[in-house]
Design a protein around this ligand. Sequence first.
Ligand code: NI
Length: 135
Amino acid sequence: MVYLTRVEHFNAAHKLYNAKWSEEENKAVFGKCCNPHFHGHNFDLFVTVKGEPDADTGFVMNAHVLSKIMKQEICDRFDHKNLNMDVEYFKDVQPSSENFVKVIWQILEPLITDCELHCIKLMETPRIYVEYYGE
Ligand code: NI
């Protein structure tokens, strides 16, 4: 089994805030992430697929095709968007990177047909990233 990863980049804004809590509780849990006027992230998206290399191409999947799918389905959809306000799914769900990778998995999984989707990794900052394996 061989794993192939493609990386794409986009920017998006969000705010982590729980309306059921007081301002103090929100600040204690979310810190600056609950600032009322949102904040942005430069997201790096790593999508890993797995399979056996094709006999003719030597590819698990054509990396250009994977890039095109990631750009069309994820970057074009979320780049320069406000996740809280522009994405229907996040109206009732906290727009954390943890929840975001699950959304990205649901969009991409049906589109990976030549091999299998293995992992969605989303880097929120150089020091924080989340990974989802579809479980
Ligand atoms: Ni944030």
